[in-house]
Each structure stands twice: as structure tokens, then as C-alpha cells.
Design a protein around this ligand. Structure first.
Ligand code: GTP
Length: 397
């Protein structure tokens, strides 16, 4: 007899043995056939400072020149950073991937870097709102054009130090809204030792600042990914060029001293990131976006007429971090100014010392020369006197 579970609970499922084949093994084929009919949507946002190789990385990831395409018309509200969503259709083995790459050029370019986040967050929210509106009017979820961000790849500069304040603030806010995967860009600029130290520092900073990143912070999704987990945060190298390595042509970057290969695990973690994204977590990213991030946003929308509670919490957090970031930037600038002032004073002192030493040396040289001159003058006088006396003697004779 089942215990009283209440109206909302169901009894635990009973284990059954099938007497004959039921056809459940055809389920993956059914899903595959469904995927063949309906394009699979994947919206990737790339965020990071200018020139960190975001576009090159996307081209490398999809092994295509993601350029000649039509712009996707999606609701957006931009102020400073220019949000550029571009859609592509990629087909493999009959399955179509409807890829939308949302670039954020200009992020981190201005003095007020915190403000750069606003249009990005506004864009993310606008997609959730658009989906929510469509959900109200459309009977089937499949009929809704999904422009929500499924994953945000956040590019970190290969500084080799700790996370910057801007990155911490941005990662905290972004990760509360979307799945975020931080990557270390242009990893060919770091030695193996630097990579290891930088990865450790980043992991510590993520933990200290309670930043949830994908898949580390989502235990269900990390299952079976132990091998990949060791390489997080991933280092990446982007290149659209082929270089010759032994007798093969591979994607890489050629330098005077040799070449780096994008897909060589000794050079960077590109293959692990690609495996995580494409082979393991593509579907999970979309599901997690819908069931976790979108639902958090939607419950916020539903619980308050003006500002959703979840967003208020998020905003408070955002404001605190922005304030902290501003204070830190101010302190940083003040200490840098002080360091520069001290450096300047030291330089002036050094120059004064050098000039004083030179003056002393010149004075000594002058004294030696004057002494030599005086000696010469005396010798000339003696010689002159001798000459005059000789002349006198000659005339007397
Ligand atoms: P914006 O669109 O202006 O924000 O730049 P981006 O981040 O998209 O950078 P982009 O892909 O345009 O690359 C900028 C420069 O960096 C180009 O000259 C690339 O060839 C170079 N680059 C890209 N990836 C790498 C990399 O992994 N290592 C090195 N050394 N250079 C790279």
C-alpha cells in the first residue's frame, strides 16, 4: 500500500521487466529524425575585450568563415556596446544547426567599462521578454523563434595574473542570467607554466567571487565530463589558416620560430572546449537556458508588476559590484598616479645627481686645464726672458 503522498506527489516508479521487445531503443533514432526535420537552435554570445580573437575563434570552432550572412532581426536595446547578432545555418549529416552568433564589439573599450555591460544585459533580457511574449500567444513552443542566449563564451585576456575587476563584475552578472564559459584567449602567448598558474588563479577568483560557470557549477551537467573538467578554464588559440606540420596541413598559427596548432592538446584546450560544446552539452545548454535561466527570469516577471524580484536582486548585486569595481579602479588609479609621481621625483633626483657629477667633473677638468695653461704661460715667460738676455749679450759683444 502506498503511503499518503498528498495530491502533488507521485509514488516512486516501480521497476518492471519487459516480457518482449517494446521498441524503446528506437528513441534516439526518433529524436535524430525529429532533429533532422526541425533545425536545432543555438545562440552563442561572445564577450571580451576588443582584439582578443572572438571572431577568429568562432570561425575556428565552426570551421567556417562566418561572415557573409544576413543580420537577424531581434529586439534589442543598445546604448554603448554594439550588439551584432548574425545567424547562420550549418548542416551536417542531414541535421541543421541554426546558429546565431551575438558579438559584442566595443566591450571594455571605454573608460567607464561598467557601462559596457548594460546593453549586453538589456539584450539578454530583451530575448527572454520576447520569448515570454511569444509563449503567451503561441500554442506550441516549437513554433517560437528562440533568440535567447544559450551560452556566453567570455574571453579573458592572457595576462597571466588574476581576474580583472571588470571581468569579475561582468562574469558575476552574466552568469546569473546565462550559461557562461570563461576561456583564456590567445593562449599561444603563455608558457605552459604561466597557463597552469593563470588557470589556478582564475579558478580561485571564480570561487571567491561565487561566480557560477558552465559546466562546473551545474553538477548534473558535469557528470561523465571528468576528463574535460581538468582543463577548465579552457585555453584557446584561434586561427583560420592552415599550416604544415610534418606532412599534414592543420589549423594553426605560423611564427618565425615554429607553429602552434589549434587542435593540439599540448598547445591549447580547444579540442576539449569543442567536445564539451558540441559533443556533450549542446542540448543541455538549451535545456538549462529554458528550465533554469529563462524560468528564473519569467518568475521574476510574474511576481512583480514593475520590477521582477529576481532582477532586483540581480540589480542590487550588479550595483554593489559596479560600486566595488569603481572604487577599485579609483584606488588603482590613485596608487598608479602616486607611483608615477614618485617615479618622476626619483628621475628628477637622478638627473640632478648626474648633472652635478658632470659639473664636478667639468670643474676638475677645467682646473687641470687652467693649471696646465698657467704652467705653459710660466714656461713661455721664462723662455722669453732667456731669449731677451741672449739677445742683450749678443748686442754687447
Ligand atoms: P573585435 O571584433 O574587434 O572585438 O576583435 P575580436 O576579438 O573579434 O578579434 P579578431 O578575431 O578580429 O582577432 C584580432 C586579431 O588577433 C587578429 O589579427 C587575429 O588574427 C588575432 N588572433 C586571433 N586569435 C588569436 C590567437 O589565438 N593568438 C594570437 N596570437 N592571435 C590571434
Amino acid at each position: 500500500r502506498n503511503p499518503d503522498l498528498g495530491p502533488w506527489k507521485t509514488a516512486p516508479a516501480r521497476q518492471m521487466t519487459l516480457n518482449r521487445e517494446f521498441g524503446m531503443d528506437a528513441l534516439p533514432r526518433q529524436l535524430y529524425n525529429k532533429a533532422k526535420k526541425t533545425p536545432f537552435p543555438l545562440n552563442i554570445m561572445v564577450v571580451g575585450e576588443t582584439g582578443l580573437g572572438k571572431s577568429t575563434f568562432m570561425n575556428t570552432l565552426f570551421q567556417a568563415d562566418l561572415k557573409d550572412t544576413t543580420e537577424l532581426k531581434v529586439p534589442q536595446d543598445t546604448k554603448t556596446v554594439e550588439i551584432t547578432p548574425v545567424s547562420y545555418e550549418l548542416e551536417e549529416d542531414g541535421v541543421t544547426l541554426k546558429l546565431c552568433v551575438v558579438d559584442t564589439p566595443g566591450f571594455g573599450d571605454r573608460v567607464n567599462r561598467a557601462a559596457d555591460l548594460e546593453p549586453i544585459l538589456a539584450y539578454i533580457d530583451a530575448q527572454y521578454n520576447a520569448y515570454h511574449e511569444a509563449e503567451k500567444s503561441k500554442a506550441f513552443r516549437a513554433a517560437i523563434c528562440d533568440t535567447r542566449i544559450h551560452v556566453c563564451i567570455y574571453f579573458l585576456a592572457p595576462t597571466g595574473h588574476r581576474l580583472k575587476e571588470l571581468d569579475i563584475a561582468a562574469l558575476r552578472v552574466l552568469s546569473s542570467k546565462v550559461n557562461v564559459i570563461p576561456v583564456i584567449a590567445k593562449a599561444d602567448g603563455l608558457t605552459a607554466q604561466e597557463k597552469a598558474t593563470f588557470k589556478k588563479a582564475i579558478s580561485e577568483d571564480l570561487e571567491i567571487n561565487e561566480i557560477t560557470t558552465y559546466p562546473t557549477s551545474f553538477e548534473n551537467d558535469i557528470e561523465g565530463l571528468e576528463e574535460l573538467k581538468q582543463h577548465i578554464p579552457f585555453t584557446v588559440i584561434g586561427s583560420t589558416d592552415l599550416v604544415q606540420v610534418k606532412d599534414k596541413m592543420v589549423r594553426g598559427r605560423e611564427y618565425r620560430w615554429g607553429s602552434v596548432e589549434v587542435e593540439n592538446p599540448l598547445h591549447c584546450d580547444f579540442i576539449y572546449l569543442r567536445e564539451l560544446l558540441m559533443a556533450h552539452c549542446l542540448h543541455d545548454l538549451v535545456q538549462l537556458t529554458h528550465h533554469h535561466h529563462y524560468h528564473t527570469h519569467r518568475s521574476g516577471l510574474l511576481c512583480g508588476p514593475d520590477r521582477p524580484a529576481s532582477l532586483l536582486i540581480c540589480d542590487e548585486e550588479y550595483d554593489t559590484f559596479m560600486e566595488d569595481a569603481k572604487t577599485n579602479v579609483f584606488q588603482d588609479m590613485t596608487s598608479r598616479e602616486e607611483a608615477m609621481r614618485q617615479q618622476f621625483v626619483q628621475r628628477v633626483r637622478d638627473t640632478e645627481q648626474t648633472l652635478k657629477k658632470r659639473e664636478e667633473a667639468l670643474q676638475q677638468k677645467r682646473e687641470v686645464l687652467m693649471k696646465e695653461l698657467e704652467d705653459q704661460r710660466r714656461q713661455i715667460e721664462i723662455a722669453e726672458r732667456e731669449f731677451q738676455s741672449m739677445q742683450l749679450q749678443t748686442s754687447v759683444r
